[in-house]
Design a binder for this molecule. Structure first.
Ligand code: ATP
Ligand code: MG
Length: 424
């Protein structure tokens, strides 16, 4: 127990952190280009927020939340997703009084009690964006376009963008009834979970992964036949804008998403090679959420993208082979006296913004050179008896073995010219 992380959680080790930092920085860059500002909300929220915001009949609320009472008996929940917390912050700080739309992004851990497997963790991480304040279909497409540009920029080409619409509460209500009616005649073919969904949330049956359920979906009523004129028009505009941006997509009437707050556009971005957990990104419009959480009527759209799944896909395709960063300088020390001189120099170099390392493990000279090699050092500076006596330093270019003797003053000039120029 003591030496094992909890089931479904993962350490991100120093060896792999460069992938995370790279993706985070690329995501921040694209959000910046699109004019999104970062928001950081707490790791836990009042449980009620998710009951309201995510929906009591969703899988997340019914069985996946990490909910606990704190010492004063308050019920709190570790964030299972990012949108509800953004809506809560928007309401609490009246962010809707700023000029709209309000465009937000975040990088968060999410917590869901799920059966751990590839691409499905109990603590996972998400990139997300949310846009509040506009019901313009161009916002739906901006959000999709941001996700697609980000993923394409990482080298992912064959992605499958699937879109659908769930209509507004009115068309969705009619559709729910039609689905209930249809499935109630096929009750015996539904899995246990879907039988309970029949009354509470029949739309989720469309999303079921069970083969028996999948078989009876073919002839089920389709949302597209239940749309009111406004929702139809909205969906048409979304499609037109996607065409005009040359973003390929498929309309998939089976996409309903796991969260209750979606209205009108919903979408998923699927990687063709990820197996069962192949949805990298999911999102859509949720015009009713802010009101549902106790705020004014503020239409909104956004997405969540699973970082672990993204890393899996990129790695499978060899798109995440990042060069390992090397250290600029390694200080090679011969003896105790040399160590003190070198140690001072180590801090001087670091103070000037160069990355420098020294041996702390009493390695032999050969061991130190090997270690320098492992650290991918560009230069070694040798601080030996002769160097100290005659007030110079030996600098060895580790890429070609060239050695030169330099005094203090020339040393920095040489290093700046050769390191900063070559590496940045
Ligand atoms: P799925 O059913 O594919 O797990 P979802 O509908 O539950 O997805 P969302 O709530 O829309 O997922 O979250 C957005 C994205 O976050 C998902 O597309 C996925 O990439 C990622 N994600 C969701 N749950 C997990 C999890 N348990 N582990 C890892 N990633 C996850
Ligand atoms: Mg899920």
């Amino acid at each position: 127990m003591l030496t094992k992380a909890p089931r479904g959680t993962k350490d991100i080790l120093p060896d792999e952190i460069n992938k995370w930092q790279f993706l985070e920085s690329e995501f921040r860059k694209i959000c910046d280009i699109f004019g999104y500002k970062e928001i950081r909300t707490p790791t836990f929220e009042h449980t009620e927020l998710f009951l309201r915001g995510v929906g009591e009949t969703t899988d997340i609320v019914e069985k996946e939340m990490y909910t606990f009472n704190d010492k004063s008996g308050r019920s709190l929940t570790l964030k299972p997703e990012g949108t509800a917390a953004c809506a809560r912050a928007l309401i609490e700080h009246k962010l809707y009084n700023q000029s709209l739309p309000l465009k937000l992004y975040y990088i968060i851990p999410g917590f869901r009690y799920e059966r751990p497997q590839a691409g499905r963790l109990r603590e996972f991480h998400q990139f997300g964006v949310e846009v509040f304040g506009s019901d313009n279909p161009a916002i739906d497409v901006e959000v999709i376009g941001l996700a697609m540009m980000f993923l394409k920029g990482l080298g992912l080409e064959d992605l499958d963008l699937r879109i659908n619409t769930l209509g507004c509460s009115k068309c969705r209500g009619n559709y729910r009834e039609a689905l209930k009616n249809y499935f109630s005649f096929k009750k015996e073919s539904l899995c246990d979970t879907c039988r309970t969904r029949l009354d509470r949330n029949p739309l989720r049956i469309l999303d079921c992964k069970n083969d028996d359920c999948k078989q009876i979906l073919g002839e089920s009523p389709k949302i597209l036949d239940f749309l009111c004129d406004e929702c139809k028009d909205h969906f048409e505009k979304v499609k037109r804008l996607l065409y005009s941006l040359k973003i390929d997509f498929t309309v998939d009437p089976m996409i309903v998403r796991g969260l209750d707050y979606y209205t009108k556009t919903v979408f998923e971005i699927i990687s063709k090679d990820l197996g069962a957990q192949n949805t990298i990104c999911g999102g859509g419009r949720y015009d009713g959420l802010v009101e549902e959480c106790g705020g004014p009527h503020i239409p909104a759209a956004g997405f969540g993208m699973g970082i672990e799944r993204l890393i899996n896909v990129l790695e499978n395709r060899g798109l995440l082979n990042l060069p390992q960063k090397g250290v600029d300088i390694f200080l090679v020390v011969m003896d105790e006296e040399g160590f003190e001189t070198a140690y001072k120099l180590l801090f001087e170099l670091r103070g000037k913004g160069l990355s420098a390392e020294i041996d702390y493990m009493n390695r032999s000279l050969k061991g130190q050179m090997k270690y320098a090699d492992k650290l991918k050092a560009k230069f070694a500076i040798i601080v030996g008896e002769e160097e100290i006596k005659n007030n110079f330093l030996t600098v060895k270019d580790l890429s070609n073995g060239e050695q030169r003797k330099l005094n203090d003053k020339d040393l920095f000039e040489f290093l700046f010219n050769n390191i900063r120029k070559g590496c940045c």
